[in-house]
Write a protein that binds this ligand. Sequence first.
Ligand code: ASP
Length: 443
Amino acid sequence: MSEIIVSKFGGSSLANSEQFKKVKNIILSNPNRKYIIPSAPGKRFDKDYKITDLLYLCHAHVTSGIPFDDVFNLIEERYTSIAFDLSINLDLAPYFKEIKNNISNGASSDYAASRGEFLNGIILAKYLDFNFIDSADIIVFDESGNYNVEKTQLAINRYIKPLKNAIIPGFYGANESGEIITFSRGGSDITGSIISAGVNAKTYENWTDVSGFLMADPRIVTNPKTIDVITYKELRELSYMGASVLHEEAIFPVREKGIPIRIKNTNIPSDNGTLIINDISTYSCDNNASITGIAGKKNFTLISIEKALMNSELGFCRKVLSILEIYDVSFETMPASIDSVAFLIDSNKLKNKTSKILDEIKRQCNPDSIDVFHNMAVLATVGRCLSYIPSAPSKIFNALSESNVNIKMIDHGSSELNILIGIKNEDFEKAMNAIYNKFVKKN
Ligand code: ASP
């Protein structure tokens, strides 16, 4: 079995020389950490800038015909001071010159943005005395800009696997004409995942500035616990609801191969972090009603439609759905009972279409009543065991009733992972705390 660890370090983990030193210690403390994926330098403090943002800004200046020397100087200064503080014997000037020239001469915004990771990779490779492999030679895109798995795998087999170590910059690759293409923002996570799958790693480590996923939003719940183990599916549910640490698309390459992801904190490497796995068979549900996490979003509208004998009326829901489709409005969830159905819709998507949609539903479906609830929030309580533990839903409802939170919508749906609750926006924080306390603190 492979012992290889692929370690991706995010922007805050490589924002300055102090962070580089931590990263070096982490990498050298385990010889299995063979392949390293750096991001570009991120923020050093709250109001700081990210190098990637500055590179996009340089490109935007050129497009508008405005000189970009000042912005480029900031980029040069950041890298120069990192290399200087680390006493690295590396002349960055030729790299700066080439990149600046290319941007001035109309290189693409993907090219400009990718140089953040490229330069950080060059510096890190020198600092660690590791091989540097340009991702433009590894991560292959087709001419329409789609990532090509097979060709990338061939390149990994040929250029990476024979090496005892390598620094492979995150975020970008190239098409077969050699043009640089980037993933979407935060895409170094995806590179790390692709390389992990490509070398069949034992673990994909994702080093960042938090010790894993928290069970709830720390801006709402004080000191929420870290999630020890989470499945890919649960992570999808929590990410969709607003919890974000990892790029969503980073899950797929490793998930297919069953490679676990471990989220780790560069600033507190001794913390266990969160392990993301596919197979939950070893985590049984027979203990107690534990949950994995709670997440949620505000600003939804609930359209609730009632009609006697709706269950036997052919095509009722189809008509409502086609009205939403015509108005280009998607819905989040659709809880239903025999004579009623409700649609939960992101209020931003509805904008000023609500009254037209309601008129159309009345005209085509002739319902007994339609109620519209604005300013709704949705809370998702996620856990792999929710449907096996009879007490789980009642714990949620007790928590909410004890806190005087009125529930407008419940959707346990077909998913065993997720219980969705619709409440008023103003009750959102109170409800999240109530559920968290019920499951975690007063277990
Ligand atoms: N540097 C890129 C960004 O800021 C990619 C990454 O950090 O993952 O989006």
